[in-house]
Ligand binder design. Structure first.
Ligand code: PXG
Length: 292
């Protein structure tokens, strides 16, 4: 495996960063998780735009232009001979001293790791997920805005641990006001009376690229999409529910907090959107090889 760090490629064994990097010391940095399908990177410009917006929100100046970053991602995939991959793009504040002051970090570090993706087992897509609400609330927007995809993921990791202890693979998170926001690494949607509902960004979510893609796909099908604030009650009485994320794509949910959703099997609209999404991933994206 060849890993990009600040313009050079390293083997997995030699790809190392300093213990003085503020990404490690303070979680001071931003990241993206991107996928390629069939030799094409899915929604690359959207992911890069979000990366640069996250960096801008924490006053971190990425030392590459978006175009240079795009080329670095594509080159990393080529060097690893990958067609279907998971790409982790990380930008840290860089090497500083042991104090918090980011101004001591003179040069942010850019890391690009391209690997094969491990997917949820097929059975989760066929039967649907069972999720629970966890005690940890999603970060307050006024503290660490969830719209920033920062290296500070403890909020999500704690939620994930709470879920694992209860025997589930994904969990529902509420915001400080008790409204449904998202899952530990996925956005959430429900369907009720032909309306597709998902929380608006201002309740405190990461604005998922998959989320936005599914909203577009649903609108193209003539489905009425509504972004509104809702509670767990709305999920409990919904007809269908699903999650979206780069790793999970679109995945049905059939049980929440031990309550069966709809018929207890993946719903019709969910299955249609899964198909539409898979078709899009196979037919669109930025070619990895120029000759494509
Ligand atoms: N919400 C949160 C909190 C996320 O971290 C999503 C939603 C979905 O966004 P995209 O743009 O991917 O549709 C994410 C992203 C993992 C993993 O290994 C998942 C994410 C991030 C890091 C790791 O499951 N999800």
């Amino acid at each position: 495996m060849k890993i990009y760090i600040d313009g050079q490629y390293y083997s997995q064994e030699t790809a190392k960063i300093s213990v003085f990097d503020h990404g490690l010391l303070y979680g001071d940095g931003v990241f993206e998780g991107i996928r390629s399908y069939n030799g094409r990177v899915f929604k690359l410009s959207e992911h890069l735009e979000r990366l640069y917006e996250s960096a801008s929100a924490i006053l971190l100046q990425i030392p590459l232009s978006i175009e240079e970053m795009e080329q670095a991602v594509l080159e990393t995939l080529r060097k690893n001979h990958l067609q279907d991959a998971y790409i982790r793009l990380v930008v840290t504040r860089g090497v500083g001293d042991l104090g918090l002051d980011p101004d001591k970090c003179k040069q942010p570090s850019v890391i690009i790791i391209a690997d094969v993706i491990t997917l949820y087992p097929d059975e989760f897509y066929e039967k649907g997920l069972d999720i629970i609400t966890v005690p940890s609330r999603r970060n307050l927007s006024e503290a660490i805005n969830p719209r920033i995809k920062s290296l500070n993921y403890l909020n999500n990791i704690l939620a994930k641990i709470e879920g694992k202890q209860a025997g589930v693979v994904e969990v529902l998170m509420l915001n400080a006001d008790g409204y449904v926001v998202e899952c530990s690494g996925d956005n959430i949607f429900y369907i009720k009376k032909d309306e597709l509902v998902t929380p608006p960004t201002h309740v405190g979510i990461l604005e998922g690229i998959t989320r936005n893609t599914v909203i577009e796909l649903a609108k193209a099908r003539g489905i009425n999409v509504v972004e509104k604030v809702f509670t767990r009650h709305d999920l409990y009485i919904s007809e269908e529910c699903f999650l979206t994320g780069t790793a999970a794509e679109v995945i049905p949910v059939v049980k929440i907090d031990n309550r069966q959703i709809g018929q207890g099997v993946p719903g019709k609209m969910t299955r249609s959107l899964i198909q539409d999404f898979q078709h899009l991933t196979q037919t669109t994206g930025t070619p990895i090889n120029n000759e494509n």
